[in-house]
Design a protein. Structure first.
Length: 199
């Protein structure tokens, strides 16, 4: 019997080598080509997050800033923690890998986050009023009601999913009216216009 693609991807990212190379932000970096100095890895990873937020005009205004965030395909939750600290929002992290749930919990324990286990697939981190919930879940079947989040974030997750349209539909479904959906992906190809249209 063939192993499901999601299981293969989860197993691939369970390798600690990824974390050794990328740290707790297992995603690409952004470097401003107009500068002459090269930022360190972590700064460049923060720059990617900031550039995506700036590109999509996500505001820091007290009234308009996101208050509820979902990070779909969160890995070990580096971007989610960054977003929560930036906006003071609550965030729910979803990842297919139970191992990433375990690693994320271990990492945050060493950063003075209070951890409350709900069960073996769910935990809640809190620190100085910030709150992040980590859940094991499937990006193609998000366990949330419609319209729950005003920032929907996914970093380099969709490239591994077999049904991109279902993935995008799930992100749209859980997005509140006037929410922002941000996807980052290191791969690019020409897409037909109908693929780019909202469904």
């Amino acid at each position: 019997m063939k192993m499901a693609l999601t299981t293969k991807v989860a197993n691939m990212y369970n390798d600690l080598t990824w974390e050794e190379i990328w740290g707790d932000h297992i995603h690409q970096r952004f470097c401003d080509l107009s500068t002459t100095t090269k930022p360190d890895r972590k700064t460049a990873q923060f720059c990617l997050i900031e550039e995506a937020l700036h590109f999509d005009n996500v505001l820091e205004d007290l009234v308009k800033k996101p208050k509820s965030i979902v990070d779909d395909g969160c890995g070990i939750s580096g971007p989610a923690i960054y977003l929560v600290k930036k906006y003071g929002a609550k965030c729910i992290c979803i990842d297919i890998s139970p191992y990433k749930f375990k690693r994320s919990t271990e990492i945050q324990m060493h950063k003075d986050w209070e951890i409350r286990y709900v069960d073996r697939f769910n935990s809640v981190f809190s620190n100085n009023g910030f709150q992040v919930t980590f859940q094991v879940g499937d990006a193609l079947q998000l366990p949330f009601p419609d319209g729950q989040f005003n920032l929907v974030w996914s970093t380099e997750c969709e490239i591994y999913l077999p049904d991109k349209i279902k993935f995008a539909s799930e992100l749209v479904r859980v997005a509140a009216p006037d929410a922002t959906i941000i996807l980052t992906d290191p791969c690019h190809r020409d897409l037909a216009n109908e693929v780019l249209e909202a469904r």
